[in-house]
Ligand binder design. Structure first.
Ligand code: NAD
Length: 354
């Protein structure tokens, strides 16, 4: 028992629940980091962990990350996360999802769930049959808020990149600005299209090389092999694939004055934010620039709860505040000499009363 409270990733989490349902075979962890600003909101990850300790680590870290992200997005939401421990073959049944829904329901609204890695919209529909504390459900109508968060995340990152280019390079537009994008999936692909529309010069990379080549051709950009993208000489490096890419070796390879992209947990360790600052690289803290998706998901939930029609313009208005938040962080970082990631963490901690 004592070991848990001293666990490196345990950060005064309010509630950590271990779930096992013998009938369905569900094994899960639900972690609520903070409900200071509202119910803990964050997706459910469905993943096979050879060592269950890694599942606990993910639940603790990711729920704290959601507290920070939701607070910095100005949402009336705390931070939570669920992890379902999948078997090696990742088999997933309706019974399992139903049992998970019952567990979420048992928390009586302290935790609001949604999709994360390994969980689809269709899975959330199954969960929603057992509890109302769900978001990220399919929406009808083009002006309805909610649904796939990817395009909203992409919009926030695009606006954040424009803010970074203005702050660091003094340019009002990204026209002619060279941006190297790692990962052109739901988020990175959306960012690439928005930037191409403004005339940015793009270099695109993905482990799905055919897709990256095709998109580079379509948008008039260049292709880079996945192993080379971090060393491309450019104005902005935009990571939109994996976490922990900004480690000692990764930072040493960068040849860009700005790093701004949507991948979660880009810094391998906290000290790497300082290392970027020491190299004179402007860094957009990931959980601030990539909040567009959670803004959409949270607004969908709040509107449904309150019985209000959810106007997509309200979501857009909130996403448009992301550049202002980044500006505030960069200004504070420059005046205090503290790296931008640490400034963002301090701001978030203050907002959640810590
Ligand atoms: P996705 O699966 O649609 O796209 C990821 C892309 O990255 C894929 O095309 C994949 O082939 C590529 N990729 C994987 N490894 C790579 C590598 N080593 N080099 C180059 N490309 C690689 O996922 P997504 O929804 O676009 O999410 C991308 C990142 O953004 C993730 O880190 C995710 O956690 C984060 N994020 C996503 C959202 C969202 O709304 N989808 C919100 C916040 C943060």
């Amino acid at each position: 028992m004592t070991a848990f409270w001293t666990e490196a990733d345990y950060d005064d989490h309010e509630h950590v629940q271990l779930v096992h349902d013998r009938a369905s075979g569900l094994t899960a962890i639900i972690a609520l980091h903070s409900t200071h600003l509202g119910p803990g909101a964050g997706g459910t990850r469905f993943w096979h962990y050879p060592d269950p300790k890694d599942a606990m680590r993910d639940a603790l870290r990711l729920s704290r990350g959601m507290s920070y992200k939701n607070a910095m997005a100005g949402l009336p939401m705390g931070g939570g996360k669920a992890v379902i421990l999948a078997s090696k073959d990742k088999s997933k049944t309706e019974e399992m999802l139903a049992a998970f829904g019952d567990t979420v329901n048992g928390l009586a609204g302290r935790y609001i769930t949604a999709e994360d890695v390994g969980i689809s919209e269709a899975d959330m529909v199954v969960v929603s049959k057992r509890t109302d504390y769900v978001s990220g459900l399919p929406v009808s109508g083009k002006d309805a808020a909610g649904g796939d968060p990817g395009p909203f995340t992409a919009m926030g990152i695009y606006l954040g990149i424009k803010a970074a280019v203005k702050h660091k390079l003094g340019k009002e537009s990204v026209s002619g600005v060279h941006i190297a994008i790692q990962g052109i999936g739901s988020v990175g692909g959306g960012v690439a299209r928005l930037l191409a529309h403004d005339g940015a010069k793009l270099t695109l990379s993905d482990i799905n090389e055919d897709r990256a080549r095709a998109m580079a051709g379509e948008l008039g950009g260049e292709f880079s092999a996945p192993g080379s993208i971090m060393g491309v000489s450019c104005d902005v490096f935009s990571p939109n694939a994996l976490g922990a890419i900004l480690d000692d070796a990764g930072i040493a390879r960068l040849d860009a004055p700005i790093v701004a992209g949507g991948a979660n947990n880009q810094l391998a360790r906290q000290g790497h934010g300082k290392m970027l600052a020491e190299r004179g690289i402007l860094f957009a803290p990931d959980y601030v620039i990539n909040a567009g998706g959670i803004i959409s998901v949270a607004m969908e939930y709040i509107c449904k709860r309150d019985g209000d029609p959810c106007d997509i313009n309200e979501v857009r208005k909130r996403i448009a505040q992301i550049p202002g938040r980044l500006e505030e962080i960069w200004r504070e970082s420059e005046s205090s000499g503290v790296s931008s990631d640490a400034v963002a963490d301090r701001m978030a901690q203050k907002l959640i009363g810590r």
